[in-house]
Design a protein around this ligand. Structure first.
Ligand code: ARG
Length: 464
């Protein structure tokens, strides 16, 4: 017979279709370790406060270890649990009766699945967020390492996807490293709020037994206890925060993916994706498609949808626990899994891709030095707005003669403005290296300022 946590006053069984909608074991069995851990701590605290004998507590502690062991085995073997109970809390409790007998019937004293499930989920998040954080840190270290190795590679920098100015390839890579660094910081900030333990809040009103919630929380690794039992069982703000955070992180991954997809297209072609992280076409033998990056880009949309759908679930709920909340885990787990895979694919892609240095250089063209020409005039005292117009005139003149800026004769330049200087001075401007080396203020693309960024990120990585 199915072990039931409730039903004493019911005459009939729930309909099979309700059971299908209601049962969550397929999803929350993932929380079995947390459920066992929380239950062990709860039994300890019941015992400490005089509501569970030493003998019963011992039976429960040993029994729960057995339960965990068995579930681990079965999940390893079958990938799922075949129990007929509705959720993992019921399964753990029923299985405990097999090992601990009568003592098992005392475990749920003064506890509700409302505070239990909230606690399990938070415990899971505390360790899982750490795993995601480590993967982001891995990605940052791969970006920084490449930036170090490829510091002298210069490529076009784009705004509006139009050639803008030459930049160091490293500067581009680091621009993403900084976004991900901020993602880690945001994740750490969430952990402060996440780390308050709901256990001891009961179903809604709190706990009528004099248990020590602070001790209990500390034994589970939480920093704090939730300050209000209704808030504890009804709030899923930590999940909302995580989902929104995940969608922002996904958005960063997606933009990086988009850049790399563009740079590896035939029209740009200064990046080549590795075999491991690209795929071919079933029809066209020549194809090398960036499917991994495209999936990452698509996943960002799914993550945004997950964050949105969960907020939609919450927005009209009356206070405290409602069954609508059960979907929290389904959404949380799938967002987490997807983001973790995307991070790993991005790490692999960035680590393995090849940069064609010559090709990157060949995409640079003298028009991208127009800003530098204007700056040269500014250094000779010409007001910037006028300098901008004068370089514009040079561009127009060059176009009329079907020349690029570098080919435009010196005579033409000085006819537009004598401050363009001698031919030698003018020609010095037409160097990609000289161009990027002008940007020496903090955060710029000169060698030193890029090295400074690398040093700062490396320091941060060492501290993590
Ligand atoms: N499986 C439920 C969940 O995850 C557990 C809480 C059930 N509580 C209740 N009052 N029905 O949300």
């Amino acid at each position: 017979d199915r072990y039931k946590l409730w039903g004493g006053c019911f005459e009939e069984e729930p309909s099979s279709v309700l059971r299908r909608l209601n049962d969550s074991l397929g999803i929350d069995s993932r929380l079995y370790r947390e459920d066992v851990k929380g239950s062990k701590a709860w039994a300890e605290e019941l015992h400490r406060s005089g509501h569970l004998s030493k003998q019963d507590n011992d039976a429960i502690q040993k029994g729960l270890d057995k339960v965990e062991e068995k579930i681990t085995e079965e999940l390893y073997k079958n990938g799922k649990l075949n129990d007929t109970e509705e959720d993992i809390h019921s399964v753990v409790e029923r299985r405990l009766t097999e090992h601990a007998g009568e003592a098992a019937l005392r475990l749920h004293t003064a506890r509700s699945r409302n505070d239990q499930s909230a606690t399990d989920t938070k415990l899971w998040m505390l360790s899982s967020l750490k795993r995601i954080q480590n993967e982001i840190i891995h990605l940052i270290s791969v970006l920084v390492k490449r930036a170090e190795q490829e510091i002298d590679t210069i490529c076009p920098g784009y705004t509006h996807l139009q050639r803008a100015q030459p930049i160091r390839w490293s500067h581009f890579l680091l621009s993403y490293a900084w976004s991900f660094r901020d993602d880690v910081t945001r994740l750490e900030e969430q952990r402060i709020r996440l780390s308050s333990c709901p256990l001891g809040s009961g179903a809604i009103a709190g706990c009528a037994l004099p248990i020590d919630r602070k001790k209990l929380a500390a034994s589970l690794g939480f920093q704090n206890v939730t300050p209000n039992s209704m808030f504890a069982v009804g709030s899923r703000d930590h999940i909302v925060e995580f989902l929104n955070w995940a969608s922002l992180c996904g958005l960063h991954l997606s933009r990086l993916a988009e850049d790399l997809i563009i740079y590896s297209s035939q029209e740009f072609k200064f990046i080549q994706q590795s075999d491991q992280f690209s795929t071919g076409s079933s029809l066209m033998p020549q194809k090398r498609n960036p499917d991994g990056l495209e999936l990452v880009r698509g996943a960002a949309g799914i993550l945004l949808g997950d964050a949105f759908s969960f907020s939609c679930i919450l927005k009209g709920l009356p206070s405290t626990y409602n069954k609508d909340l059960q979907s929290d885990k389904e959404i949380l787990f799938r967002a987490y899994d997807r983001l973790l895979d995307c991070l790993k694919v991005t790490v692999g892609t960035v680590f393995n891709m090849k940069v064609d240095v010559e090709k990157a250089r060949s995409l640079l063209e003298p028009g991208m030095l127009a800003t530098d020409l204007a700056h040269a005039l500014v250094r000779r005292g010409v007001p910037f707005r006028r300098a901008h117009h004068l370089v514009g005139a040079a561009l127009r003149r060059a176009a009329a003669l079907d020349l690029d800026l570098q080919q435009l004769p010196h005579l033409e330049y000085v006819a537009i403005c004598p401050e363009f200087g001698t031919e030698e001075e003018l020609m010095k401007i037409f160097s990609w290296e000289a161009s990027v080396e002008q940007y020496t203020t903090e955060g710029g693309t000169s060698r030193n300022t890029v090295l400074q960024q690398i040093q700062e990120l490396n320091q941060w990585l060492h501290g993590n």
